[in-house]
Design a protein around this ligand. Structure first.
Ligand code: ATP
Ligand code: MG
Length: 210
């Protein structure tokens, strides 16, 4: 029996997912909720090891191999962190989840949506978020933000190297998914400043958290 609330954040590079998650986590903790913040791929030792492989610029797994690595990481995270937290009644905020695979490997990477959705179902045991925030932003702005951030703290990932065209396809694929499920998804205009964006997000929280 799941008592908690599962919220995921999706969107391209530099759209502000991590920034908004940190804010929401602080907000909800201040209101007395137990909040578990995690990210994909990652969040457990096994999954962080998979993340290191996935983000290594020296390695270049094809999209299907990438999908299996991600699925292994996702399975571990769901079983060890997300499901137990939800059973305790916590709010779980996850930075990327199944929709990232549907978009990056399935729709843009060419693995195909059905295959990805099937593997996602296996990996998660059918655990679907109660709400998914899609941070929607022009990829040029997102990449500019990422460049500025990385310039400040260092560290680049393999995905930062992809051409603008790739990031445009990612954006379109996400918007297509969001239109198909307007109950779960909320699309947020991520060109807004942090504060304004957070205000919009609060309005779209699921019942019980508002
Ligand atoms: N609404 C905003 N307006 C302008 N800049 C922002 C906004 N939100 C975040 N930023 C800045 O943009 C950069 C990227 O934000 P953030 O790391 O939250 O994005 P992200 O979606 O988590 O990116 P990634 O996919 O690379 O993890 C950071 O330097 C952050 O401070
Ligand atoms: Mg981030």
């Amino acid at each position: 029996m799941q008592r908690g609330v599962f919220i995921t954040f999706e969107g391209g590079e530099g759209t502000g997912k991590s920034t908004q998650i940190a804010r929401l986590g602080e907000h909800l903790r201040g209101r007395g909720f137990e909040v578990v913040i995690t990210r994909e791929p990652g969040g457990t030792p096994v999954a962080e090891a998979a993340r290191a492989i996935l983000l290594d610029p020296e390695l270049d797994p094809d999209p299907l191999s990438e999908l299996f690595l991600l699925a292994a990481a996702r399975r571990d995270l769901v079983e060890r962190v997300i499901r137990p937290a939800l059973e305790r009644g916590a709010v779980v905020l996850c930075d990327r989840y199944t929709d990232s695979s549907v978009v990056y490997q399935g729709m843009v990477g060419g693995v195909g949506r059905e295959a990805v959705e099937e593997i996602n179902r296996l990996a998660t045991g059918g655990l679907v978020p109660g709400r998914t925030f899609l941070l929607d932003l022009d990829p040029e702005t997102g990449m500019e933000r990422t460049r500025r951030r990385n310039g400040a703290v260092g560290g680049r990932s393999r995905f930062d190297e992809k051409p603008l065209q790739f990031h445009r396809r990612v954006r379109d694929a996400y918007l297509e998914l969001a239109l198909e499920d307007t109950v779960r998804f909320r699309v947020l205009p991520a060109e807004e400043d942090e504060e304004t964006l957070f205000g919009r997000l609060l309005e779209e929280l699921p019942e019980g958290l508002r």
